[in-house]
Design a protein around this ligand. Sequence first.
Ligand SMILES: [Mg+2]
Length: 382
Amino acid sequence: MTDAQRTLSDHRIARIQKFVLQDRYPRSLGRNARLGHHGSGGSYQVRLLTTDKSARGWGMSHGDDREVERFIGWKVSDLWDPQEGTRPEAYLLDIPVHDLVGHILDVPVFTLFGSKGPNRLPIYSGAIYFDDLDPEDNPGGIKRILSCCQQDYEAGYRAFKLKIGRGFRWMSKEEGLKRDIDVTLAVRERFPDCRILVDANDGYTLEDAVRYLTAVADCDLFWLEEPFPENRDDLLRLKEAMARLGCKTLIADGESRSDQSDKWWRYGAYSQKHIDNLYRLAEEKLVDVFVLDLGIVGFSNWRLIMPELERAGVKASPHTWAWIPRPFYVAQLAAGVGNVVIVEGIPGTTEGVDYSAYRFTQGLLTVPDLPGFGLKLAERDG
Ligand SMILES: [Mg+2]
């Protein structure tokens, strides 16, 4: 037994409390290619763990109380392993357990993971939706998108992910593609110092994607995410077209899934078929960045699979939308295991949570040298 395990074995879980938190985005957010308005911020459940020695750790944690109550009385050393992270059966407590272990051992989460990555990380605003189409009775147009970008620029962002694919549901195909192009050109012109990422939420065809990339060839796009449901033939033709254009934009894919695994495994709730397909595409260099979801894979799992991504020559950027604490969890993962190309940021605040230990300037998020995730939850009854 290591010293760390011995220290953790001195603590037993004495109390598990649950709270619901509410996020506030800086503005009400519009639609994307597939979904309607994204609103002003969601609510979600967190759990606060307290040990018999009064150590505490908290974090997002879904699921029913009956599924976690059985861990009361467990030694923390039986919930968490230095190499594997949180025990698979306790995956609902994965985030709070990491925060708790960090507090007991007095180290940041990224230290638990080996500090293999940088602790200053590029981060993008994932909050640039189809706000040009709102309000529906008097749409604000492209200048509204520019003001959304400006608001996030003033908050510290130097990278924006523009949603594209307006022609999938909300505009005619031609008008939608033209607006996607015009928005991209306008943001590039107004923010020459910023990275631009785009995300079609699988709302393009191969032909749309090629026409779009051809029209914005001078925009130096950082990545194109989910142009269409990932498949070898279309991605191969897309990459061939990109090569002809001299386009170095990365292809990011893998977030959305058409099925799910019936058992929790090292890729969480993604199916083996989905994961095998992604790796086949990566092997042919048709996908450059995996944007598998943070929670669907699971926090401990992300740490375990990152070497597999590295061996396959792909980068990661775990999908975080739509809950504001999640980019901070990803930042710790990135500083701990590396190979995260950029963090998906979610602008805004959470009632009762203090994020200020994370310094955020010039588009870089600095992970603090504080125990656990370094996020403070206001004292509350519960
Ligand atoms: Mg996406």
